[in-house]
Design a protein around this ligand. Sequence first.
Ligand code: PHE
Length: 387
Amino acid sequence: MRFVSITPNERPEIKSGRANNQVDYAAIEQEALSRIEGAGDPEALEGLRVEFLGKQGSISGLLKTLGKMTPEERQQTGPKIHGLREMVTGALASRKTALEAAALELRLASETIDLSLPAPDVPTGSVHPVSQVMDELAEIFADLGFAVASGPEIEDDWHNFTALNMPESHPARAMHDTFYFPDDAPNGGRMLLRTHTSPVQVRTMLAQGAPLRIIAPGRVYRSDSDATHTPMFHQVEGLVIDRDIHLGHLKWTLETFLKAFFEREDIVLRLRPSYFPFTEPSVEVDVGFAVEKGRRVLGGSGDDPGHAWMEMLGSGMVNRRVLEMSGLDPDEWQGFAFGVGVDRLAMLKYGMDDLRPFFDGDLRWLRHYGFSSFDQPTLSGGVGARA
Ligand code: PHE
């Protein structure tokens, strides 16, 4: 007799509940257990579970017969059927565990991991050229003893203009294409988006006094837009305040900085008289360059054959009036300051010809010109754009 065939419907003697004493529970159990033990895979095992314990299952059928028995019969047979169910349930569970363990063993034995295979590329972001250049600047100037200072981008009129020797109605204000805020600030001064990083000079002198050696990289804003101007761009301000500082210090500092930044020893500077309200005297600094393969490459004197001068940055000795307004005695302290466009430095160093894509957020541009965070900054070891 196959245990599988015992179902209440097919076996009238079970259905009637009369012939239960004739049912050989021990034999049923033995057969069930041996079939469970013989199940070769989880599907076969599940088939047996349904066959024995499912709604229409054979053991479920036996349980139903209890209801039709006399109390004495039930007392005698009940424990046998319940015991049978428990045995089968337990056997199913332990066979399941055994099958799973065997499957795992098999997988572990057959699968191997090839550690020599290259790992799949994990997509990572890249460092924006502007951030890269700012890091490079901070590194170069740190070697020269400069700290990094910062100030607010939403600035007041006094720090952005007045304290820099540009009082109301100063004509130089008109050149700054300023974004003003509509409301007057409580102190009467108008708020604006800073048009340059020079207000950080004033703030740092007021906060820290002298002597000072700082650079202040950051965003600045002017109402201007074409291939070489964007309404937001980046500048780095440099400021040195000490005793007996003169133009020679300025020239050496700029030359050292530009040589380190462009990683060329043949950088030649030309200082040209200029005008800024906040420096006196003021000098415009030009750098010699040549055009190679359609790209401006710095190096050599602008007076050399095939070379020309390119305007690079504004600078000068800090105006006495700025020192005074910043709380320093100009008879005791002097200093120089310079300001240069960070985006422009990036364009020149990495060969980009349009400023606007810097701020478009186009992923293709960013992937092309971005820097891996793992190989920067590299002043000592040479910077490699992914381009
Ligand atoms: N702040 C000036 C500008 O934005 C640059 C500058 C800075 C010039 C410091 C001289 C000294 O044009």
